[in-house]
Design a protein. Structure first.
Length: 141
């Protein structure tokens, strides 16, 4: 099963996407994949249903293009709100804070897990390549 792994630059915390994303999805075609977080204090996973998974690749590509930083928060959310990622340029040293929010599938408001990871600007190109390999070719969001 293909996966896309994001590792925190300062700890053993990881965020993982897993699943098989069908090629050539268009319009309202959807797919399902999983997302999970693992750290020394938290372990959570959920199933994500989304249309246009290539928009996730576009999100990570946008972060890589703007690796020098940006104002405010860049974010992307799955169709049904089971996954939300917010990216913020954390400091002038090239650190990016990724805030990941997972919600339960059966009853979305029953549980929520949220964690922040720090990645370095130098990791963004690789993350964009991994996202495109996992989700498909990036298109404008």
């Amino acid at each position: 099963m293909p996966d896309f792994l994001i590792k925190d630059a300062n700890s053993s915390t990881t965020f993982r996407f897993e699943g098989d994303i069908p090629a050539g999805l268009t319009g309202y075609d959807g797919c399902t994949f999983s997302a999970s977080v693992s750290s020394h204090v938290l372990s959570a996973a959920t199933t994500i249903y989304d249309i246009r998974p290539d928009h996730w690749a576009a999100f990570f590509n946008d972060l890589a293009v703007h690796w020098r930083g940006w104002q405010g928060v860049k974010d992307h959310e799955s169709l049904e709100g089971h996954l939300r990622i917010e990216a913020e340029a954390a400091d002038s040293l090239g650190h990016i804070r990724l805030r990941m929010c997972l919600r339960g599938v059966d009853v979305p408001n029953l549980w929520m897990a949220e964690i922040s990871l720090v990645v370095e600007a130098g990791q963004l190109d690789n993350l964009a390549r991994q996202a495109e390999s996992f989700f498909g070719t990036a298109s404008p969001a």
